[in-house]
Design a protein around this ligand. Structure first.
Ligand SMILES: [Zn+2]
Length: 279
């Protein structure tokens, strides 16, 4: 990241911090109520699989392996947190998009989280981006993006609205997160680190837990006020990249400390459970 970009992002982060602080009392209240909610079902969709490697032709790292690994780690974390978890795939198999959507739509009180990594012919392209389609998916998208970007060293490419099949056809809140570019040497190196994939899973889980607190501040103030959400806006109000800033922000939340200890536990469980995938 260039120094200029760092500065730009730092400035943006200050704006986000102010928004966040303004809503911190709401967030703390909401966090306390999470434990009392009816457990929701999280349908985790690991992108691609089987003959579908994902990415672009000739790509060295198979996207399907990275998405599955993060998805399995996320499953472990969410299960440990008391969520009902359903996987569209938990092995290296091909599941058609229609099949994935059918699984998602067979659950009530559920959310759908698709995990992907990005690819492009331009080696310089980098960053995290999160997609949603329906209005009711935006809070979840904002929250997941907020945490993943906060915990990643990558650039923030924003929350975007796009009509991906799995987002358009699902009847429940649905989000697709692109966890970095496997065609970018730096981000590919991160993706190949088991501890980084664990980190990604923990941040996605934090977004799921915080979907009613973090996102509502964006949803009610700046994003969801328009009658219709235009396709593919660049929503940089969620811009925050410095993990240090993110940490200090999160320390305001009562749930942050709880999250730390619980995710540490589930993290070691996850690593133990998927050690054959590391390396
Ligand atoms: Zn993909």
């Amino acid at each position: 990241m260039t120094r200029r970009n760092s500065f730009r992002i730092a400035v943006s982060a200050v704006g986000l911090l102010m928004t966040f602080l303004a809503c911190s009392s709401y967030a703390a209240k909401s966090s306390r109520s999470v434990g009392g909610d009816t457990p929701i079902t999280v349908v985790i969709d690991a992108g691609h699989g089987g003959h579908d490697r994902g990415g672009i032709p000739g790509q060295r790292i198979a996207e399907k392996d990275m998405t599955l690994d993060v998805a399995l780690r996320l499953r472990n974390i969410l299960s440990a947190n008391g969520y009902n978890v359903v996987m569209t795939r938990s092995t290296d198999v091909f599941v058609p998009l229609g099949g994935r959507v059918a699984i998602a739509n067979s659950y009530r009180n559920a959310i759908f989280v698709c995990i992907h990594f990005n690819a492009t012919g331009r080696r310089g392209a980098s960053g995290i981006e999160t997609y949603f389609y329906s209005r009711e998916s935006l809070p979840l998208a904002s929250a997941i993006h907020y945490y993943v970007v906060g915990g990643a060293p990558s650039d923030n490419r924003g929350v975007r609205r796009r009509g991906y099949y799995v987002l358009r056809k699902t009847n429940i809140p649905a989000v697709l997160v692109e966890c970095g570019f496997l065609t970018n040497p730096t981000e590919a190196a991160y993706a190949q680190s088991a501890s980084y994939r664990q980190k990604l899973a923990e941040e996605i889980a934090a977004g799921i837990r915080g979907r009613n607190s973090v996102a509502s501040s964006f949803g009610t103030t700046r994003v969801a006020t328009a009658e219709s959400i235009p396709l593919q806006p660049y929503m940089d109000q969620t811009k925050v990249t410095s993990s240090k800033k993110s940490r200090s922000k999160r320390s305001h939340k009562k749930s942050a400390r709880k999250k730390k200890s619980s995710s540490k536990k589930s993290g070691s469980e996850a690593r133990a459970g998927s050690s054959d995938r590391e390396g």
